[in-house]
Write a protein that binds this ligand. Sequence first.
Ligand code: AIR
Length: 182
Amino acid sequence: MTDPRKALAQTFTAEPLVGVIMGSRSDWATMQHCSETLAELGVPHEVRIVSAHRTPDWLMEYAGSAESRGLQIVIAAAGGAAHLPGMAASKTILPVLGVPMDTTVMNGMDALLSIVQMPGGIPVGTLAVGKPGAINAALLATAMLGIAHPELREALRKLRQKVTAKVLADLDPRVPLPPTKA
Ligand code: AIR
């Protein structure tokens, strides 16, 4: 029988610059905002479920091969005892951005502390809990890639201008928003 991890590995290409990994399919509802933001900015990326606890060998394989496969940044999301970003960081020299998921009764405080409290020597850049962190991980990854990829820096500049213009176009919260088209 085919090893499902091997089958997945065969779907990799050298093209993605960012690897977005998450501990469970249940994280996707949040992390899809990360993937959507990367797509909006034109950042080639791949998305995989990788669990530090349920699939430790797959995690080592994924993080261990990330650099040689051409990835430049890993974004890792996990909830609860969120060891995925730290363990991924321990296995690659690439920058790892961690996104705490609010999937447990502790509403993400457990994941936040698990991800942010790395021992000196193995850093993880920790983002906010949940959807804002998912979006910001994509924006920060793009800013980092923008150092060497001017087209991505310009895409980020445009998105920033859009975010600012949206707020400036709607400064009075007493004015109702126009109805959205169905
Ligand atoms: N998780 C999965 N493997 C290790 C960890 N820490 C996390 C997932 C998810 C939470 O456990 O990232 O946020 C619950 O996963 P599930 O699959 O039970 O819904």
